[in-house]
Design a protein around this ligand. Structure first.
Ligand code: ATP
Ligand code: MG
Length: 506
């Protein structure tokens, strides 16, 4: 055991009903090091973090920080002793501004006892924090109106602003574009050079490789190993995480392209998206690439009636449809798996079974009331099995699942709907390397069954690896459409930054 560890966990065990989440976990983080924490969905990463900050109390074991044994901790107390944390679940106060969220701790926010002069100071300091990190954030914007990517940037600014000795980041880049993610990696390196220690949790293993000094691998709540990153390859990490090798990361199948399933003409919403037109056929996967904020999610929201539109026509199988709200969209055969699973995708206090079958109750009616319930359960269980969702049973509340496993429930919910067009927005965000392949296999199933799939993805490799055709967006407009041999990382980057090559300008 190291004498000069900044943080030390000794045999930490945590049980939830039916789940041994942490099983005698040991972890040591040195001052000034970036320590990666990796493992499959449900391996226990977030639970370790919560045991450190006191969001959960451990059942057994000890946590030491800077020579001090931590007892009776709470997130607030942990901030006071120099531990800042960006939790995996974003939890801002939606009706408050960006600067208020950056500045305040949760408790202060609910007190609402803040005077004018304090506000001016808060705003000023928040602006300074945003500026020093080089983030693209409007301090006066209302948080609830921002996308998850921006909300993630707020969390980062908040954690960094506290100047804590240990900064814990639980999947901070899950909602960020490549460019923003790279920016964060720069911020982390800068923090390290100033002597801060960082715990970095991510399923994006190339980031882990790029920024971490050491990693600790978790499997089924147990520490597998701690290693120097310099001598460990990404394939090594995967093997340690899942206990086997993954040979084909993007198992895209090609199926015969069928009839036109969806056609969008001139979809516009003032100041957000401008004249979006595209078609998609049965058996096709159409990727949407672009930076966060380029209008991809906004296009999908407009298309599915989640946001109002100013102009545009939508045709499903050649027939014009009028979509005024998400219900109309489902009825028209267009399913939308949103990027924000907490806000839009799941009813967290309800069970997995409830959530998986929520959109599809109609499909089960003909079985009669009694059989129905049994059937629902069976179906939900089947999907849990298929996606390897880690849970004691389908009766578990969705909110009790790990982040990645919640995402799997959202996916199950939509796959069970009998839709013709599936829009999946960042489908594998926060999902571990092994489970990603399961999600891609489900996309394969959908197109084999004659559906059309629109995939919004900020992961370039995924977008290239799984799409037949790619639309690139920039500032609310489509700047390129690429297919076959035209698809390359370079061309996508080019169009995503608003530059137009002669070839794709046509
Ligand atoms: N409040 C809770 N009640 C019951 N079970 C829980 C609770 N929180 C976590 N668990 C369970 O503990 C296990 C570990 O979960 P944890 O969130 O730590 O995983 P993780 O490694 O962070 O996964 P991910 O990569 O998906 O975020 C999971 O099986 C999860 O379902
Ligand atoms: Mg987690």
């Amino acid at each position: 055991m190291e004498k000069n560890a900044l943080l030390r966990l000794v045999n930490v065990t945590k049980r939830f009903p039916g789940v041994l989440a942490l099983d005698k976990v040991n972890l040591e983080v040195r001052p000034g090091e970036v320590h990666g924490l990796v493992g499959e969905n449900g391996a226990g990463k977030s639970t370790i973090i919560k045991a450190i900050t006191g969001a959960h109390s451990a059942d057994e074991g000890e946590v030491w920080f800077d020579g001090l044994k931590l007892e009776q901790m709470s997130p607030h107390k942990s901030m006071e002793i120099g531990i800042a944390c960006i939790y995996q679940e974003l939890n801002q106060i939606p009706h408050m501004t960006v600067y208020e969220n950056i500045f305040l701790g949760r408790e202060e926010l609910s007190l609402k006892k803040i005077g004018w002069t304090d506000r001016a100071r808060m705003r000023k300091e928040s602006i300074a924090a945003i500026k020093s990190l080089g983030l693209d954030l409007d301090p006066d914007a209302e948080v609830g109106a921002l996308g998850v990517g921006k909300q993630q940037l707020i969390e980062i600014a908040r954690a960094v602003r506290t100047n804590a000795r240990l900064i814990i980041m639980d999947e901070p880049t899950a909602a960020l574009s490549e460019r923003e993610a790279n920016q964060l990696l720069g911020i982390i390196k800068d923090l390290r050079s100033k002597g801060h220690a960082i715990i970095y949790v991510s399923h994006r293993l190339h980031e882990v490789k790029a920024v971490c000094d050491r990693i600790t691998v978790l499997r089924d709540g147990k520490t597998v190993e701690t290693r120097e990153v310099g001598t460990t390859s990404i394939d090594d990490i995967v093997k340690l995480m899942v206990g086997r090798e993954i040979t084909n990361k993007y198992p895209k199948v090609k199926v015969e392209i069928g009839k036109e399933m969806l056609r969008v003409e001139g979809l516009s919403r003032k100041g957000v998206i401008d004249g979006i037109s595209f078609k998609i056929h049965a058996g096709e996967v159409l990727g949407f690439a672009g930076l966060v904020g380029s209008g991809r999610t906004e296009t999908m929201r407009a298309l599915t009636g989640a946001d109002p539109v100013d102009a545009g026509k939508i045709f499903v199988e050649g027939k014009e449809v009028h979509i005024k709200n998400p219900r109309d969209s489902i009825n028209a055969g267009i399913a939308f798996l949103t990027e924000d699973r907490k806000g839009q995708g799941l009813v967290l206090i309800q069970t997995i079974e409830f959530n998986s079958t929520l959109v599809n109750l109609k499909n089960f009616k003909h079985f009669g009331p009694l059989l129905d319930l049994k059937y629902l359960k069976l179906i939900a269980e089947e999907k849990v099995e298929e996606l390897k969702t880690r849970t004691p049973s389908v009766n578990q509340a969705a909110g009790n699942l790990s982040g990645g496993n919640q995402q799997k429930v959202v996916i199950a919910k939509w796959l069970l709907s009998k839709s013709k067009v599936f829009i999946i927005d960042e489908p594998t965000r926060g999902i571990d390397v092994g489970a990603k392949v399961e999600v891609y296999n489900l996309v394969n199933e959908l197109i084999k069954n004659g559906a059309a799939v629109i995939m919004v993805s900020s992961e370039m490799d995924e977008c290239i690896g799984m799409s037949d055709r790619i639309m690139v967006m920039y500032e609310g407009k489509v700047t390129a459409e690429l297919k076959g041999d035209e698809i390359s990382q370079e061309k996508i980057m080019f169009a995503a930054s608003g530059l137009q090559s002669e070839k794709s300008a046509a």
